[in-house]
Design a protein around this ligand. Sequence first.
Ligand code: PEP
Ligand code: MN
Length: 629
Amino acid sequence: MILVLKKGITEEEKDKLKQVLRAENCIIKEIEGVEETIFGVVGKVKKDLRHFETLPGVAKVIPISKSYKLVSRELHPEPSVINVGDVEIGGDRLVVIAGPCAVEERERTLEIARQVRKYGAVLFRGGAFKPRTSPYSFQGLGEEGLKILAEVREETGLGIVTEMTSPSQADLMIKYVDVIQIGARNMQNFELLKCVGRIGKPVLLKRGLSATIEEWLMSAEYILSEGNENVILCERGIRTFERYTRNTLDLTAVPVIKKLTHLPIIIDPSHATGLREKVSPMARAAIAAGADGIIVEVHTNPEEALSDGPQSLYPEQFKQLMRDLYVIAPVVGKQLDYAYLEKASILRKPRTDRATSRVVYHGVPGSFSHRACIQFFGENTPSQHCSSFREVFEHVDMGSASFGIVPVENSLTGSIHENYDLLLEHDLKIVGEITLRIKHNLIGKEGTSIENIRAVYSHPQVFQQCREYLEKHPEWDLVACQDTASSVQRVKEADNLHEAAIASKEAAKLYKMKVLDEGIETNPRNYTRFVVISRDDFLNGSKNKSSIIYSVSNKPGALYETLKIFADNQINLVKLESRPIHSQPWEYLFYVDLEIDIMDDEYKEILEKLKEKTEFFKILGSYRKGIEG
Ligand code: PEP
Ligand code: MN
């Protein structure tokens, strides 16, 4: 059952209530929401539920209708994010786990790990204990295999996911492993489930060969009921009458699981299909369906693999799959981040040179800038909102924040000029970029109907992006706000059924408002590009994009001469924009983005030539476009 606590309940009253519940042998989970605190209470309660409503501090008792309790959304409405070292599973950044079916040999395993790490995997998979259908098949290297996996982690920084087949392996798992996998064949091995529940390390729980979703969630409930909330569900195909593929991938499990439980779900397209060429299409579909990530088998020499060779991708195929997922992810509101582990290790380092390593953005929580911040830096990086773009630049300039994130361009409405001017004014570097798909929604209070709306609040650019939709409602007053999320906040506070805001679904959820109409932007291919600014360089290693600003003399062909340098040297220009020079009417600065690392020694001469042909020249920064090398 769920106990909704009275507003203003004291800690002392809460403790007393917990004591009463513990005396009934209940497990209690306290969940603090924005508006209310609840106790999720699970156990064999003998007393009538009405009894609990009479306890001091309790406002309401709601029974949990499902047979699984701790894993249910009813008890835990927000999605869970499971931390494995620096990796967050269940957030906005996709998690890709890759590696061979089994650990076979040290050098080969290390080589596979290097390859998958290079192409963007953040965790490494590989079985040391293999539950094979035949007792005569390769059974895995046991502890020897775990030692090789530990070496993989040591060398590559990839956390290790490996299968546990018996409670007798508990000590080995504690010693060597980051995520314990429970295989399909063991999904209902309840002693094993209780054991991993007690170990407490994150568990990847595969769906059983013929298990229903309810049975699968009951297995997860076993783990949570032992006190371990770190469970990641993995759909790996179920047994059906169809024999063409090894199993039938039940992708409907993704939206079903998302509705029923707060636990993250990833897809294993390798065991689901059993056929190499079917793996990538199903992995792409999984991400499009809303999965939090994938676990995929990769092998450098699958013909020689001791298990599951025919379903293992070659590293090159894995690379291509990752490129596809990189493109698909923003469409469904997520990111595939090639610099995931590198960013995390840099952010983790204590910074001695400044007060704080926080990130600043313009807008309120729930704004697109806030989302960009979470998607670039992860869920746990401290962030702070500012009331203007200028303030973002000033914080970073003064060192009161290490990073700022600002939008510079929208695919439909063009550049955000204010930020281009601020980039010129401040001596800061662009150290990264991220692109977000912008989906707009009409948002109002519960009870608001579209017919009764009189005024709509949002950012002026948003009105432009929703022009066709708004033209159908000429009677609406359009009122400009600082950013999308603050427009939702404003409508909420006004408490008026004739007002609405345009913003993201996340903003609606954050402020507990209702989405009245979805996807109202004129063109669904609506993307905004944000840049990350800092005083110092951020990521080590090679960069593949640079931003510069320059002006040329007022002579015929002056701009052409600079562009010729790029053309002669096969340098791809991905943006060219002019901005007026404020003190010199009708003269312009050119903002140029290039697909090279202009700071690299290789371009030294070119840089000199450019400087010769320009009057003013400034490098805004060299950084890494999402995709690897
Ligand atoms: C595996 O991941 O190698 C494996 C044996 O998977 P499953 O338990 O899904 O068959
Ligand atoms: Mn396998």
